[in-house]
Design a protein around this ligand. Structure first.
Ligand code: SAH
Length: 338
């Protein structure tokens, strides 16, 4: 519930309006894990709230900590027994958390482990928020950046994602700056346009992964539905409407999309709009035989893009030793390998 909904709820229960703000603070500022923690709330109200429903609290099922860089990968159990992954990355500029938006995924990207078993269900706004809140409580530090780049396609869970964004950035609650929030999509065109209309200040990331329609189709079935130029047009619309520069993600797959010709074609495709491109050497999963591009090839690709005037960074890889890539930890759990 947002604050307005919670206020109505309090009034319906015969309580004073200000109780809504108090409870909202317990949930979203202090990240309370139970009604018991809510010290300034009368027992009678706590009981009423308990009768109405429980607080969504995720259970820590597993935690892997990278010896290389301190990255922490959490496996959380939901109330219905399903599992989702979230990752905490520690950077010099602060703590960044990558959350999941669905249990599984139905987009079918060829290199991704999250989609191998399809979609089970979408997450509620509370389940997305609580991935961040439980991590904050676990490390006793604030999370300053959030990326929706875990398992799932956020634009396939549109209403819940927008509600989640508004709750996480509510000044009465967790108060994360919208500029510190990135939502990544494989390119669901009508939803990108709809998101532009929400006039949020978040960063939109697009998983592009190919310089043209034919190559994109080989890697991403979603390209059957939304052609690459339609995606670029929707990005232009997003920039024109919000003023926010687009981030493109490009996973380099050895021998598939990493040639100098690919770099040239990619630059002419995206230079029509203010953007930034993030190169990610593909993280090979054992179910597919894709290989990552060599470091030399990654550097050559980057230099080529720069020559064409594109703003480019190579994603720092973190947590390689702990199944850092989308869906790997959850999958190993499901298969009983852990
Ligand atoms: N469904 C959304 C968000 C989740 S995936 C999207 O497609 O953008 C987050 C990013 O990781 C996407 O760019 C995805 O294509 C990429 N990704 C998934 N598996 C990967 C792997 N094994 N190696 C490198 N990148 C991967």
């Amino acid at each position: 519930m947002n604050l307005a909904e919670l206020t109505t709820c309090m009034e319906d229960m015969g309580e004073k309006k200000f109780r809504a703000k108090q409870v909202f603070e317990w949930l979203h500022v202090h990240k309370a894990a139970s009604y018991d923690e809510m010290q300034n709330i009368p027992k009678s109200l706590k009981q009423k709230m308990m009768d109405q429903g429980t607080i969504t609290i995720l259970e820590k099922e597993d935690l892997q900590i990278s010896r290389e860089d301190g990255t922490r990968k959490y496996l959380f159990k939901l109330e219905d027994g399903n599992m989702v992954e979230s990752v905490l990355m520690r950077y010099s500029f602060g703590n960044s958390v990558c959350i999941s938006s669905q249990v599984g995924c139905r987009m079918g990207c060829r290199f991704c482990a999250s989609t191998l078993d399809g979609l089970l269900r979408s997450l509620t706004p509370a389940e997305m928020l609580d991935q961040i809140y439980r991590i904050e409580r676990d490390i006793n530090e604030r999370v300053n950046h959030v990326v929706v780049m875990g398992t799932g396609e956020p634009m396939d869970n549109y209403d819940n994602i927008v509600k989640f964004i508004r709750l996480l950035t509510d000044e009465n609650g967790a108060n994360l700056s919208q500029r510190n929030l990135t939502v990544s999509t494989c390119g669901i065109v009508p939803r990108i346009r709809q998101l532009a209309e929400e006039h949020l200040q978040i960063t939109l990331a697009i998983s592009l992964h190919a310089p043209n329609q034919a190559k994109r189709l080989e890697l991403m079935p979603v390209a059957n539905k939304y052609e690459i130029h339609e995606v670029i047009d929707a990005c232009k619309y997003y920039f024109d409407t919000t003023g926010r520069r687009i981030t493109f993600e490009y996973s380099l797959v050895g021998g598939v999309n990493d040639s100098e010709e690919d770099a040239r074609e990619l630059s002419s495709l995206i230079k029509v709009l203010p953007c930034h491109i993030n190169l990610i050497p593909v993280n090979p999963i054992k179910e597919r035989n894709y290989v990552e591009s060599s470091h030399k090839v990654v550097l050559a690709f980057k230099e080529k893009l720069e020559k064409y005037g594109i703003n480019v960074t190579i994603r720092r890889e973190m947590g390689r030793d702990i199944d850092g890539a989308c869906g790997q930890l959850r999958r190993r759990h499901m298969k009983g390998e852990l």
